[in-house]
Design a protein. Structure first.
Length: 33
């Protein structure tokens, strides 16, 4: 149980990091334009 929950949390955090990078990149591009 614990290992499955931890694995799901890790995948969720990785997806959040990717989304944050995309969001920061899009906002920086918007500011450049």
């Amino acid at each position: 149980m614990k290992t499955k929950v931890e694995a799901q949390g890790g995948v969720y955090s990785i997806k959040n990091n990717i989304n944050n990078k995309i969001y920061i990149g899009s906002t920086s591009n918007f500011k450049r334009n």
